[in-house]
Design a protein around this ligand. Structure first.
Ligand code: PEP
Ligand code: MG
Length: 756
């Protein structure tokens, strides 16, 4: 059974569209379970009914025509109960509904299983037999497992199916996909798919007008691959046995196979560019091989895939065309990296969409700092089909619309205008200090990473930098930057903000922050080698960075602070301080006149919360990294969109921990700040101010909204709100309550309703 499950999933995954995927499912289930009937009904969201979509054993003419209400018949009963219904005699069940067009009256036994994806019922899978009997436990388990496995694939195929309608239908059909809010704002533009090289499954569909050129490119790539294989086989001929050498011959045969090349060229002639023509043909052949019973032949599918990948790589290497970024580019990819964001000229960049990740992923935080509307975790978006298509993204709600209608365009143009009016209205606050009406001062600083953040930050009246993410520069380099390269970059940053304070965080890699040249492969990256753990294991990296920071501050009339990420014990603080002292001593001994920087620790793991007092006695300041603290307190991976709803900054456990850290720092007479994203949410900022946080450091995008809230509501009201909040036991309750207080104070427009 395991083997059958594996093969069906694989075949369905490789199916070109939804209809073929469903055909494969009913066919394979009917054979594997040896039943007379297998059908799939899918939920049609637009008409809110169930459509008879695929079948073996009943009237084929009814496919696509018969529909049921959501609560109609036994199929509706499966939807209502959201669990399997296994009946010996369906005909005598009170819920049974006779549908003459289908012709199922002679079938008695019935097993219906819901197809559920992300809590939503996508449809129902049913098997039926003439004899009166209950399907046994192993049959039920098989269908339940298959349905769970296929739910994601069906969700994806359904989305893909919508977009692979004929051209005329495509243009008039607008499709909506759900993701998670990444960075606020709305963008209207054109999708540009970015895709990893040499991966057949991810090549975007593009059209070509220059058919001759595409054919020439394809033929050249095949010739190069042939040459490459011949030369490898010759080089290895004295080391390999005949069997292995035969494999090279087999490869060459596949390459010379007129069928494959003929099909590719045929598709190019129909107007597809060579890369997607090749990938489609190869994937179809792979699927055909994989559906074969014979194991030897199935394995030949892998040979065809390998070879196709080689030709694709060669095609991509010889294709010198640069990606064209239209006006209002919306960059769409499976997983975006900082270098992708930086590749698009800023005046052409309108938005980002990532299939993976959530609103708390680092890439979303960077996008927000750049002020670029972003949707994350758009798992059902068929990236390769949307390239070049008109698109709207709503970064507040996490929604993506392809081929928007006129009404949708008008609606979102209005949202953009309203947002512009809101931002303009806040401009007058930028040079004012952040003081409550009853005289309490809070410092509003910014988080930075890219040089492009600097102008935006100063423009919004940032009073300092509470977190400079030094790793962003490391992520965009090709090797570890040298001490001198780092010194130059850091100095530029310090000079740009002088005389304001700048808090430089030491290299914080690991988790979802990977360096292309220093891969860290781990089963649990967020619980693994991250932040200070990496740099203390590599003191040469740590020392070079600290030296670069201290030297960068030489002669600048500003206040540079060093901050340590991911600390979970005082031993790490002692060791890091010893190395920082060593750097400072060496630099002054070299004759440079520099100040010893303040050193601080980020509180981002629960262990550090409960040792906050021991830690603050060793350093000059604390800064809470709430992005990580929330993930570690609630055991919710900040990068996993599947659990994004559980990532709750207003969770009572988090709020009590935040309050505890303030009391520890102030108890020792030291300052503290917070530099996680929650500081940029006006409702959360109000609670943080009431708790006593001296510095709130945030994305510059949110700074003026936070200032508006904190200059409108008095500290004494904020303290009352906090007092009530600390008695509440649920995150939703707390968030609704605080948002309501802001609305009551006339701040409804700045209440942020981020959809996780
Ligand atoms: C945090 O964890 O809150 C933080 C500010 O650091 P980062 O988001 O870079 O992990
Ligand atoms: Mg962190």
């Amino acid at each position: 059974m395991l083997e059958v499950l594996r093969r069906v999933t694989q075949e369905v995954n490789a199916a070109p569209d939804l209809a073929s995927a469903l055909e494969i499912i009913v066919e394979r289930v009917q054979t594997a379970m040896n039943t007379q009937v297998c059908s799939v009904y899918l939920h049609d969201v637009e008409n809110n009914n169930l459509v008879f979509m695929a079948n073996r054993g009943l009237n084929p003419d009814a496919i696509g025509k018969v529909t049921l209400q959501l609560n109609e018949g036994l199929i509706g009963y499966v939807v209502e109960r959201a669990e399997p219904i296994n009946l010996e005699d369906a005909q005598s069940h009170p819920k049974n509904r006779y549908v003459p067009e289908i012709g199922e009256e002679e079938y008695h036994s019935f097993l219906g299983v819901p197809i559920i994806h992300s809590r939503k019922i996508l449809g129902v899978m049913v098997v039926q037999q003439k004899e009166r009997r209950r399907f046994d436990e192993s049959e039920e388990a098989f269908l339940v497992t298959l349905s769970a496995l296929l739910a994601g694939v069906i969700a994806n195929a359904r989305a893909t199916g919508l977009l692979s309608l004929p051209r005329s239908a495509r243009q008039s059909r607008s499709s909506t996909f759900k993701g998670k809010s990444g960075a606020p704002g709305v963008a209207i533009g054109t999708a540009v798919a970015i895709y990893p090289l040499a991966q057949l499954d991810n090549v975007p569909e593009r059209k070509t007008r220059n058919i001759e050129k595409e054919i020439a490119l394809y033929e050249q790539a095949v010739a190069l691959t042939r040459e490459e294989i011949r030369s490898i086989s010759q080089k290895l001929s004295d080391r390999l046995g005949q069997e292995e050498l035969d494999l090279f011959e087999a490869y060459l045969h596949i390459l010379d196979d007129a069928a494959i090349s003929g099909e590719v060229i045929e598709r190019i002639k129909l107007g597809q560019w060579a890369q997607s023509a090749l990938s489609k043909v190869i994937l179809e052949h792979v699927a055909m091989f994989q559906s074969m019973e014979d194991e030897y032949l199935r394995e030949r599918g892998s040979d065809v895939r390998d070879l196709g990948t080689r030709v694709l790589a060669s095609l991509q290497a010889s294709d010198s065309r640069k990606t064209r970024y239209p006006k209002a580019t919306i960059l769409v990819g499976e997983e975006l990296a900082p270098a992708d964001l930086a590749a698009v000229p800023r005046d052409r960049l309108a938005g980002f969409v990532s299939v993976k990740g959530s609103g708390n992923s680092h890439i979303a935080i960077l996008a927000e700092a750049m002020g670029v509307p972003t949707v994350m975790g758009a798992q059902e978006l068929p990236v390769k089909l949307v390239d070049g298509k008109p698109m709207i993204i709503d970064g507040f709600q996490g929604t993506i619309i392809t081929h928007p209608t006129n009404e949708q365009l008008v609606y979102y143009e209005n949202v953009i205008r309203e947002e512009e009016v809101l931002v303009e209205g806040l401009e007058e606050l930028k040079d004012q200090p952040c003081v409550t009406p009853d005289g309490h001062r809070t410092f509003l600083w910014v988080n930075t990473g890219l040089m492009t953040d600097v102008a935006r930050s100063l423009d919004r009246g940032a009073e300092g930098v509470g977190l400079y993410r030094t790793e962003v520069h490391f992520m965009m380099s090709e090797t570890f930057p040298t001490e001198e390269e780092q010194r130059i970059i850091y100095r530029e940053h310090l000079l740009a903000f002088a005389p304001r304070p700048v808090t430089m965080r030491t290299l914080d890699i690991g988790g979802d922050k990977a360096l292309p040249y220093f891969p860290i492969e781990e089963a649990n990256p967020f619980l693994g080698w991250r932040g200070i753990r990496v740099t203390l294991d590599h003191p040469e990296l740590f020392l070079a960075q600290i030296r670069a920071m201290i030297k960068a501050s030489c002669g600048i009339n500003s206040y540079m602070r060093i901050m340590l990420p991911m600390v979970s014990s005082v031993g790490e603080v002692d060791e890091a301080k010893r190395l920082i002292d060593q750097c400072y001593r060496e630099i002054t001994e070299e004759g440079m006149d520099v100040k010893m920087p303040d050193v601080g620790v980020m509180i981002e793991v629960p262990a550090a919360v409960y040792q906050a007092r021991d830690i603050i006695r060793r350093v000059d300041f604390l800064s809470v990294g709430s992005n990580d603290l929330v993930q570690y307190m609630l055991a919710v991976d900040r990068n996993n969109s599947r659990v994004a709803e559980l990532y709750q900054e207003f969770h009572p456990a988090v709020l009590h921990a935040l309050k505890y850290v303030v009391d520890c720092a102030h108890g020792e007479g030291k300052n503290l700040g917070i530099c996680g994203e929650m500081a940029g949410n006006p409702s959360a900022a109000l609670l943080l101010m009431a708790m006593g946080y001296d510095v709130l450091s945030m994305n510059s995008t949110n700074l003026l909204m936070v200032k508006k809230a904190l200059t409108t509501i008095t500290l004494s009201s904020a303290k009352k709100i906090l007092k009530n909040v600390l008695k509440m036991d649920s995150a939703d309750l707390i968030k609704d309550y605080v948002d309501e207080q802001l609305r009551a104070a006339g701040l409804g427009q700045i209440v942020r309703t981020r959809q996780y």
